[in-house]
Every structure is written in structure tokens, then in C-alpha cells.
Design a protein around this ligand. Sequence first.
Ligand code: ADP
Ligand code: MG
Ligand code: MG
Length: 350
Amino acid sequence: TKLNVGLLFGGCSGEHEVSISSARSIAQALTAEPNAQKYKLLPFYIGKDGGWRSPEIAQQVLSSGTAISVFEEKPNRWQFPAEVSAVDVWFPMLHGPNGEDGTVQGLLKLMQVPFVGSEVLGSSAGMDKIAMKMVFAQAGLPQVNYVAVTRSQVWSNACVFPKLCDEIESQLGYPCFVKPANLGSSVGISKVRTRAELEAALDNAASYDRRIIVEAGVVAREIECAVLGNEQPKASVVGEITFQSDFYDYETKYTVGEAEWFIPADLPPSVASEIQERAIQAFMALDCAGLARVDFFYVESTGEVLINEINTLPGFTATSMYPQMWVTSGIPYPELVDQLIQLALARHTK
Ligand code: ADP
Ligand code: MG
Ligand code: MG
């Protein structure tokens, strides 16, 4: 008998559309041979309103590739489509808040049904850039200097805010990067070079998140590594992203032709293997499971490798970095989908 795979996509985050694209590729891989012999696709679409929609509606979204933005009925967030009870294993493919951050993982865990990817701790600690950097520091992973800031500090009286900016300037200097702590796809991130830009960027980031991180800017090549596994995770070959824009911002990420990638990256073998080792260390330090893409800065002038971030549910279209790094490492896309489901089942039965 076939296993019902609950493909969960869409979601309440700025990365709703990206999630639909990722889910389309996964759906295709599940419904083609050889996976179609083992698995039955049971898709669920989470609307931008947070409501879970039936496989019938989800299938429409998968076929058209476009979000449904308005639903007649109000969502009942505590009532799920009846088909939810038939799911044998969940494949959440939600990016960003309300999906990659441990919230949905907690719900799936309470359902006592196995699911692909990290559990609550790995997901939430991986999403929050401040928590993530604290864990990386403890694990001895080199990274840029940073200052953690809260919204209340940014939106405080005229006495606290200038002191905060003084402290950031003296600790980090310019340029620095101001980021909401719990987002992705570069949403809300600014590169700042002056006091006025810093003040505006902090205010902007505070509109996205209670928690904000400011990091010293580095001039570096951007290298990514895919990790796959549970207790003994493996690292893929590493890949590089290049672009003309000032940094890898939202537009550069999602406009065709703005960024180019190279897999494997053209790096000295020792640097590549250092990155692979650190990627696995980062994965284990956060107690990740299944998959994660770990992103690095390689400062060519000094030879330094700095960890930038981990993404526990990275972009997963057939042409995305994570699957493509595995393709080059010898695991075709449909087999990767199969392995991830098997890893979810293996963790659940232990
Ligand atoms: P997201 O989770 O949204 O992808 P990142 O922390 O990866 O956020 O930042 C997005 C991009 O911004 C990076 O890929 C890089 O181009 C640039 N960037 C972020 N932090 C720094 C930094 N400290 N120094 C230089 N560039 C940075
Ligand atoms: Mg990220
Ligand atoms: Mg990133």
C-alpha cells in the first residue's frame, strides 16, 4: 500500500509564492515513477489568511502555479480539511515565518505524524538570526560581529535611540547590515553606510520584527552547502552565487538573470571541505534534521570562512540551489524527495 504524503504549502509569509513553486516541483517528483509506486500525493494549501484548504483546492493551486488570494469563507484555523487524518507523513514546504520557524512543526508533532525536516528547536533557532548566531558562537563557528537590538529600543525615546546607534557605530562601523531577526528572502534587510541610513533601516526593520540584528558588513564570496540526514548528516558539494547588485537582495533572488550560480564552486579544495565540515557542525549544533542549506561568506583576501546563516526549509524548486547541489553530488531530484521522506519516517520510528 502507498504512503499518503501530505504536501503542505503556501502559508502566511512573504514567501508564499516561492512555496508554491517549491511544492509544484515536489508534487511532480512524487507523482512520477518510481516515487508514484510508493507514495500518494495529498496536497494541502495554507492560504495567506492562515486557513488550511483541501487537497482539491491545493491541486488547483499546484496546477495553475498561482496563489488564491481571496476565499469566500473565513478561515477556521482550528479546523482542518478531513483528509488531514489520512496523512502518513508530512512534507511541509513552507518558507519563512509560520512554517519554517517551528510553529507548523509543533502542530505536526502534536498530530504524532512524521514530517520532513527539522523539529521545533532546529526550526525556531534556525529562523531567529540572533538565537542562531548565539548557538553558532557556542559551537565555535566563526561569523561576523553583530549587535542584537529590540524593537522597543528602536522605538524608544530620544535618549535611548541615539545611544543605541552610537554603540552600533563603535562596535561594527560601516557598512553594516540591518535585518529583522525572523525573516528570509532578504525581506526588510538594508545595507547602511551612514548614521541617517542606519536610523532609517532600524526603523524599517522594527516594522517587520520585534527582534533585529545588525551585522558588520564583509566583502566576500557567497558560498552555500546543502546538508542531508539525521544523526549522521552529509554535506553536498558547495555552490557559489554571484550577482551585480550591491547585495543578494529580494529582487536579485527572484528576478531571472540577476544572479548566477556555480556548482561546484571554484574554490581551493581545502576551503570547500572546511565549508562542508562547518555546514555539518552548524546543522548538528542547532539539532536540525532531514535537510538544511547552510550559507557562508568566503573572504578571499584573508582566506576566512564565516558562517552567515542556516535555512531549514530552503527553496526547493527543481532548479533551486539545495536540490541542484545534490544533483551535482549524485542525488537526482526525485531521489532526494524520496530520501527526505525516508529520513522523516526513520526519525519517527526511533
Ligand atoms: P536571508 O535570511 O533573508 O537570506 P541573509 O542574512 O542571508 O538573509 O542576508 C541576505 C543577503 O544580504 C546575503 O546573501 C548577503 O548578500 C547580504 N548580507 C547579509 N549579511 C551580510 C554581511 N554581514 N556582510 C555582507 N553581506 C551581507
Ligand atoms: Mg535565510
Ligand atoms: Mg540568506
